[in-house]
Design a protein around this ligand. Structure first.
Ligand SMILES: [Zn+2]
Length: 306
């Protein structure tokens, strides 16, 4: 019986594989190291061998697997499963990932942007289950997003909709990797938090990460708390546009930085309440995703099935 699916969440430094049952629970998982130098052929080999490893670890055979879903950081033409480009993997231009995997694995395969996969996961088995209108924001090294309106994912003509990280919050601000400048990704991602902390504390010691700033915020370091407040302010400015544009019921935050939500979500809410139209701002639910780092794995596994 084909009772399981494999969900894969590919990142610039690691890829997480999970075997997921029909109940959207992860049966077992493995994480493997990736690198930005991996080209298209290497990634196909990596995925095929990773699936073999995890099936073996779970005591399953390929006959137990119904579908494989893959979440990719970057721009994906999701209908055809083509990765147009990925900032983490510079050689992935027009990468026909779905087609190439279908040649190697006789299974149903889905390829989509990682934030879209996380939104599917949260919708099917997490914090978004009750909302037909919500926006999911992933915050880590970069900022990604996915939009649901009237119960359906909003994808746009090419499937690229939801790039919330590139809402401009400082028109003449920092240069962004996307080619524009002043994108919220430059002001509210992990790197920005470290930058604010360094400037405020004058602590220029090596190796301070956003996670370390979070630990210091818990320990009541005022510079650390300030860093999250400042990041939350910029995020709130971007969310004001989102709220005015889409009138969502909920704003869901996921990704590594979202763990520090209690230090920045109140600021996000304050800024939205101050700036957005009053009716759409009223009663918005601000919360962290429920599935944590598993959201994209679960979404990817379930995506191909639905
Ligand atoms: Zn940008």
């Amino acid at each position: 019986m084909r009772n399981y699916s494999v969900g894969i969440d590919i990142g610039g430094t690691s890829a997480k594989f999970g075997v997921v049952g029909h109940d959207c629970r992860i049966l077992c998982r493995r994480s493997f190291v990736t690198s930005g130098t991996m080209d298209q052929g290497q990634m196909i080999d990596f995925i095929v061998s990773g699936i073999g490893t995890i099936l073996h670890a779970c005591g399953l055979t390929p006959g137990d697997i119904e579908t494989v879903g893959i979440g990719v950081p970057g721009t994906v033409r999701y209908g055809r499963g083509i990765v147009e480009s990925s900032p983490n993997f510079p050689t992935w231009q027009g990468f026909r990932m779905k087609e190439e995997l279908t040649d190697r694995l006789p299974l149903q395969i889905a390829v989509d942007n990682d934030a879209e996969m996380a939104a599917v996961g949260e919708r099917l088995a997490g914090a978004a289950a009750r909302y037909d209108n919500f926006v999911l924001v992933t915050i880590g090294t970069g900022i990604g997003g996915a939009v649901y309106a009237n119960g359906r994912a909003v994808r746009g003509r090419d499937g690229t909709a939801g790039e919330i990280g590139h809402i401009v919050v400082e028109p003449r601000g920092r240069r962004c990797g996307c080619g524009s400048s002043g994108c919220v990704e430059m002001y509210a991602s992990a790197r920005a938090i470290v930058r604010y902390y360094r400037a405020h504390s004058r602590d220029n010691s090596e190796g301070i990460t956003a996670e370390e700033v979070y630990r210091r915020a818990i320990a009541r370091d005022p510079s650390a708390q300030y860093a999250f407040h400042r990041m939350g302010w910029y995020l709130g400015v971007a969310m004001t546009d989102v709220v005015n544009l889409l009138n969502p019921e909920a704003l869901l935050f996921t990704g590594k930085v979202s763990r520090a939500g209690r230090f920045f979500l109140p600021t996000v809410k304050t800024v939205v309440d101050e700036r957005a139209f009053r009716l759409p701002a009223r009663g918005i639910v601000y919360r962290r995703g429920k599935l944590g780092d598993d959201a994209a794995i679960i979404g990817a596994a379930c995506r191909a099935r639905h």
